[in-house]
Design a protein around this ligand. Sequence first.
Ligand code: ZN
Ligand code: ZN
Length: 280
Amino acid sequence: MHRLTLATSWGPLLLAGGSRAGEGTLLLLPQLRLALDAGRPARALVPATTVCVTHTHLDHVLGVPAWASQRKLQGIPPGRLVVPAPHGPAFADLLERVAALEGGVGYGVEVVEANDGFSLPLRPGLDLTFFATTHWVPTLGCCLWWRRRHLRPELAGLPGEELAGRRAAGEPITYEVRVPLLAYLGDTDPRVLDLHPWLAQAEVLVTECTFLRPGERQRAARFGHTHLDDLVARAGTLANRHLVLTHLSRRHRLATGSRTIRRRLAHFGGRLHLLNREWE
Ligand SMILES: [Zn+2]
Ligand SMILES: [Zn+2]
């Protein structure tokens, strides 16, 4: 697995994961015990208390039963699985059947269905919101938001007693600041970036770049994937502190594909990170 430590306004954000189109994509945020897609079984996936699956393609889902089973086996309380509607019952059924095959005791996973616009509190000050991306099957990306309260600027410098008095009198002395810390798009073509211009401001943008060659533009469009040209065309508008790319097609060798991506997206310099890897 790749491990990244990304500077954000929240503090260093740890990411672990790996990706290859068709073979497996998973992204772990160990500080939050959160997994975004679970395309492969992995030891590091087991501690995740919340697993969000973007869509039903197997390269994003295959690790889910192993995650549920390992938590049961290791005596860890069951986790929460977030899936796009209307697939909640199918995932609940899948887990029930796999648990029955393993010996009949259910895993106890809480299956939560998400829709476009759904919001999920993770911990105080941090929550996930979900939005539709533009893949060829219904797919939900998500954004990790950091909410905090700031003192209203016109009150800066007032003594604490004065502020406490104003608060007690019902005056709002703070306002909420929402920061899009990390957006994860799963599989998608680039139209999602045009539909949601705020994605260009997320501190960390994790998205896919499946195809690289000029002759693959049509294939990318047909299967709802992003072509490297799509990102090159938008490089000037993506103001993200970090751009993390996933889902490289097996049509490209890892080393040469990575070089091509880094050369054509040289604009991003050290802001660019690649999560692609070879799964043995
Ligand atoms: Zn995929
Ligand atoms: Zn897919």
